[in-house]
Design a protein around this ligand. Structure first.
Ligand code: NAD
Length: 430
């Protein structure tokens, strides 16, 4: 086994990096050739985005159909590896369409930057002193990003509080920044670093961390949709359930999640299936979204759901979602990833808030689709159909063979690689 201690890997050419990895891992020529196929993103672009690049990892990009958000039709690009997600989002959007689709509203894009102050003599006095100088601190922060200010954004407010810790009292300063069409992390971090020396002077303490918080409580999106009894019943003809019954089942499922953290976690995972897929397609920081979503779900003191469901006066199902969605159309990877740029164009959006609103709608659609399937036929049926296709492809099936073999295995309830190979052999011998 070779050593992983390699100095200056980043300085080496692509060829040199590949031969190091090839030797270390025993890759063959075909594998190296595959890695060299960079796809839509060339080596130079990828190498500028992250370090030590040897290839790109590609994901399928699917288009969710049927979405209508705030009265406007949109096609939604989703990049992910999990089967059924794009189909489920499209199905849910189709059901919501009957009652006009989704309405969604994002708050202004205010992010929070945190500066931690330690070794304070008088924490309470420091808090007062910082608040007295808030206007000056905001102006100082804005000097760090004149471009953001020019676009109508910038630092707006300072909030500070003392916290008790095992290492003594600390003062935590929050800098509230309107980041406009950016996700905002770089912008906010720079501002926090800019005001930190002044905060040290005012507080008599020492600044430690100066970083954005991903718990974007001031940058949330609400979305809502009505799923009618009629559309629900039509969407599930083979199930033999009336629309009203399906709604009762879905409400049972929702109240389970709202009162049980084990279920709420998976409930929210389903929401993030959709949100992350749009985030990846459009070049967003999906880890930031995940962190923010789950922390937001815990804000009431116990881990809860990001969506809620009720019935309207006619007995139709009303689904709602509220969560932080910090996304940008400038900065980050959005403008460097060629496919992300196209995804934004497909969405036909001009602002980060519009993107956040569509993402909230997709999150709600995804969650509704999962609850509808779970509360009725279970999700394995649909999943297995797609899983069977993957197995058929892995067994070497091509073109029409894939669907026929998958269908047969699903019907037999025997979705296995050896069965796929057997069927393929029979198919080709015919
Ligand atoms: P950025 O700094 O690349 O772009 C934002 C800047 O673009 C603004 O500061 C502004 O000067 C300029 N700008 C031009 N037109 C604008 C407009 N219309 N609206 C807003 N700004 C405009 O990017 P960013 O959004 O500040 O940072 C995002 C990146 O930070 C992501 O790649 C993310 O992964 C990374 N990051 C995240 C974290 C975290 O989430 N904890 C921490 C560090 C870095």
């Amino acid at each position: 086994m070779g050593s992983s201690e390699i100095s200056g890997f980043y300085k080496k050419s692509l060829g040199e990096r590949l031969s190091i990895v090839r030797e270390f891992a025993g890759l063959d020529e075909a594998e190296i050739e595959l890695l060299k196929k960079f796809g839509a993103m060339d080596f130079e672009t990828a190498d500028r985005m992250v370090e030590n690049v040897v290839s790109t990892q590609q994901l399928p990009l699917g288009i969710a159909t049927n979405f209508r958000v705030n009265g406007k039709d949109c096609l939604v690009p989703m990049a992910l590896e999990e089967p059924s997600v794009v189909a489920a989002a499209s199905k849910a959007a189709g059901i919501a369409r009957e009652k006009g689709g989704f309405s969604a509203e994002a708050t202004p894009p205010i992010m929070i930057g945190q500066v931690q102050l330690v070794h304070l003599k008088e924490a309470e006095r420091a808090v007062k002193e910082i608040e007295r100088n808030a206007g000056r601190l905001v102006d100082l922060a804005n000097q760090a990003d004149p471009v953001l200010v020019k676009f109508g954004g910038g630092a707006k407010k300072i909030e500070s509080r003392a916290i008790e810790t095992k290492r003594g009292k600390m003062v935590i300063v929050h800098l509230l920044v309107d980041v406009k069409d950016a996700m905002g992390a770089n912008a906010v971090n720079t501002m926090c670093e800019t005001i930190a020396p002044e905060l040290e002077k005012l507080s008599g303490g020492e600044a430690r961390l100066r970083i954005i918080s991903n718990l974007a409580v001031y940058r949330t999106v609400k979305a809502k949709a009505t799923f009618s009894k009629k559309a629900l019943e039509e969407s599930f003809k083979e199930g033999g359930l009336k629309g009203g019954e399906i709604i009762e089942h879905i409400l049972d499922a929702y109240h389970f999640a709202a009162n049980d953290a084990f279920r709420a976690c998976t409930h929210n995972k389903g929401i993030m299936n959709g949100i992350d897929a749009v985030a990846i397609a459009t070049g967003q920081d999906f880890r930031a979204l995940e962190a923010g979503a789950h922390a937001f779900a815990s804000l009431k003191g116990k881990y809860g759901t990001l969506t809620s469901y009720s019935k309207d006066r006619e007995g139709n199902l009303v689904g709602e979602i509220e969560m932080p969605i910090a996304v940008g159309l400038v900065g980050g990877a959005v403008k460097t990833s060629p496919v992300a740029k196209i995804a934004v164009k497909i969405l036909g959006i001009k602002t980060a808030s519009e993107l956040a609103e569509i993402m909230a709608a997709v999150g709600l659609a995804q969650n509704f689709a999962a609850l509808r399937a779970l509360a009725t036929e279970g999700i394995q049926k649909g999943h297995m159909r797609l899983h069977a296709k993957n197995i058929a492809v892995m067994a070497g099936a091509k073109g029409k063979e894939i669907d026929e073999i998958a269908e047969k295995m699903a019907w037999e309830r025997n979705i296995r690689a050896d069965r796929a190979k057997e069927l393929l052999k029979g198919f080709r011998e015919k």
